[in-house]
Design a protein. Structure first.
Length: 334
């Protein structure tokens, strides 16, 4: 049986209907001869009972007493809840499953609280569970340091947990299940109709994520590159192969214009970054800056350390209009 790591994000866990779809995906995987290991994120967003921000907000009552250790331990609880709930669902569906924390799964981590990196995985614990006929359901976003403390891996870190497990166990694929059918050249909620890509090399995915594309955790792309493990970004709610992320193989060339990332700015507004293939961004920045200056939409250029990416900051009220216009220009002229 081929080993597959399946990571499910918060939207795949948000309600009972979504969780039933998750269970059907696992059942199909087993039925096709695969051996899945699940990694789960916390459920929902701030305001939902077990969302990470909701849990961290509880500490605001005692701000002077909540040190980074307490914050990381609190933040890790949402994934533990998800692992227990999903394991219970699978067991009720006739699929034997066991929930596991990072400690139980043997996931180590090192670095600062809130932004640690996963370490070497001892696969024997997960392999033992699989040999016993159970599906491991692992709490993502966390690892255990040498002193037994819980460290979290940064927001979106469950993606990185999945890659770390996949690399440590020699999985065939790491499948990242989202509410979109792959990696698009822009956030579809910002730029409707932005095309989804069938293949993307590790470096291009890492650069998109680093510049703000939230479809994948940047550390996960970096770890996938170093371990040479293939990833697929797929939809929980639509059938399809999604976007395959792998090495820059002979015969494959990234598109000149890789994509337009977007991220909120502290204090308001949005940051938009156009990312180009290595060595192919020269000359594009001036065209975009000329458009921004003439658009009267309040978009201002930002300096970037990446010579093949250029960024703008936009007021919130004009960010959507500017993003769509900029994307149209870059997609049709490169």
């Amino acid at each position: 049986m081929s080993l597959i790591i399946q990571k499910f994000g918060g939207t795949s866990l948000a309600d009972s209907a979504s969780r039933e779809i998750l269970a059907s995906i696992v059942a199909r995987s087993i039925g096709s001869g695969e051996s899945p290991v699940l990694v789960v994120s916390a459920m929902g967003r701030r305001g939902d009972p077990y969302a990470t921000d909701t849990l961290l907000d509880l500490l605001n009552e005692y701000p002077e007493g909540a040190d980074p250790l307490a914050a990381d331990l609190m933040a890790s609880c949402g994934e533990v809840v998800s692992a227990c709930l999903v394991a219970a669902l699978l067991n009720a569906s006739g699929i034997k499953a066991i929930p596991m924390t990072a400690a139980g799964a043997g996931i180590t981590a090192s670095g600062p609280f809130g932004d640690a990196m996963p370490g070497t995985l001892d696969p024997s614990r997960l392999e033992s569970v699989i040999r016993s006929g159970f599906v491991p359901v692992v709490a993502g976003f966390q690892g255990i340091d040498g002193e037994g403390r819980v460290l979290t891996l940064g927001r979106g870190g469950s993606d990185t947990t999945a890659v770390a497990i996949g690399a440590g166990m020699g999985a065939e694929y790491v499948d990242i299940y989202k509410d979109v059918p792959g990696v698009a050249k822009a956030d579809p909620r910002l730029v409707p109709g932005a095309p989804f890509m069938t293949y993307l090399d590790y470096d291009s995915m890492f650069r998109l994520a680093t510049h703000g594309a939230r479809v994948l955790h940047d550390k996960s792309a970096l770890l996938a590159k170093s371990s040479r493990i293939r990833m697929r970004v797929r939809s929980t709610f639509q059938k399809g192969e999604g976007t395959l992320i792998g090495p820059l193989e002979a015969g494959f060339f990234p598109p000149d214009f890789i994509g337009l990332s977007s991220s909120p700015r502290p204090g308001g507004g949005s940051k938009l970054t156009a990312v180009f293939a290595r060595g192919r961004g020269k000359g594009k920045a001036e065209r975009a800056r000329s458009f921004a200056a003439a658009s009267n939409l309040g978009a201002l250029p930002l300096e970037s350390l990446d010579p093949d990416a250029f960024s703008f900051v936009c007021p919130e009220k004009t960010a959507v209009e500017f993003a769509r216009a900029l994307f149209s220009i870059l997609e049709t002229t490169t």
